[in-house]
Design a protein around this ligand. Structure first.
Ligand code: ATP
Length: 308
């Protein structure tokens, strides 16, 4: 153990498409999704504790502008990841986990999953476990369906419950404008509303549109904007009608496309380039329909050690 701490930077994600299959007997849905990691990051620091013989193996500290809604106990996904790693690799030295949070909480950007990914990568490095990326992704899948993608980053197709990843051929860099909400939405509640809205309808197996893949392969932002699609969007807008207004305002101001990310409530707008993104930020902010608007670019790499 050459170091006493490791910091891992983990990105948030947007879903360029989220196709949701019918409700399964076990209460879950098969999905097909196209993830893109974007440049809004949490930093996860894992340090060997100074008190080597303390009883608790893990402590968690959250540094955030809005820390409410983030648990610091065993239910934190970072804690669950630490527990899994410690049990699997028979680790003993207690650790302190500090999460510097910028990814919105319950925002449909997989913030909690990103933190779990950060802990896996940090523990691998801190304890010199020598795991490969795919081994870490496999461990991540045991924690949650978005965790493997937080490790891999880039642009990828996710199938199954989103955890079975295939890298997507994507050319170019995309400028995103994210309309953030300080009030999160619960993913299970959005799926439930989705099922309610689709009651009695024939739902086909989830599938990624060829037009979307083609737009990505050719680096065509305009075509990509037109192909964005999220089957959970009607449910998110039903529960949070203000999202429709935000989507309308962004499109009125010339966004190439707009989409609720994952289960929401973050709304992601695709801009033509950096300058256009800046114009969109100003327009959305001055419209008064959304409080916090930030720019991000994608794709970016997954969980990465930035300091040790
Ligand atoms: P997804 O896009 O994967 O559905 P999300 O981005 O909408 O997830 P998260 O930020 O991951 O949502 O948080 C969802 C809930 O998980 C939170 O409301 C919180 O109670 C819990 N949670 C557990 N661990 C964390 C964590 N490290 N950071 C944020 N929330 C966490």
């Amino acid at each position: 153990m050459a170091h006493d701490h490791v910091t891992v930077r983990v990105p948030g994600k947007v879903n360029l498409q989220l196709s949701v299959g019918p409700l399964r007997d076990d209460g879950y849905h098969d999905i097909a999704t196209l993830f893109q990691a974007v440049s809004i990051f949490d930093d996860v620091k894992v340090a060997l504790s100074g008190e080597r013989d303390r009883k608790e193996r893990f402590s968690i500290e959250i540094k955030a502008d809005h820390p409410h809604g983030i648990p610091t106990d065993k239910s934190n996904l970072a804690y669950i990841a630490a527990e899994l790693m410690f049990n699997r690799f028979q680790l003993e030295t207690p650790i302190d986990i500090t999460i510097e949070k910028r990814i919105p909480v319950a925002g449909g950007m997989a913030g909690g999953s990103a933190n779990a990914a950060g802990v896996i990568v940090a523990i691998d490095s801190l304890f010199s476990l020598g795991l490969s990326k795919s081994e870490m992704e496999e461990i991540g899948a045991e924690i949650g369906s978005d965790v493997p993608f937080s490790i891999s980053g880039g642009t990828a197709v996710g199938t199954g419950r989103g955890e079975q990843l295939t890298p997507a051929l994507a050319r170019g860099e995309y400028s995103w404008v994210l309309a953030l909400s300080s009030n999160g939405l619960s993913t299970p509640a959005i799926y439930k509303e989705c099922d309610r809205l689709r009651e009695g309808m024939e739902i086909s197996a989830p599938q990624i549109n060829e037009s979307l893949m083609h737009a990505l392969r050719s680096g065509d932002a305009k075509a990509l904007g037109k192909s964005l699609q999220n089957d959970l969007q009607p449910a998110a807008c039903s529960i949070r009608p203000a999202l429709r207004l935000i989507l309308d305002v962004g499109m009125d101001y010339g966004a190439l496309g707009g989409i609720v990310s994952g289960s929401g409530p973050t709304v992601a707008f695709l801009a033509e380039d950096e300058d256009h993104a800046l114009d969109l930020v100003v327009a959305l902010t001055s419209s008064g329909v959304v409080g916090n608007v930030v720019r991000a670019s994608g794709p970016v790499v997954g969980a990465t050690v930035i300091d040790r």
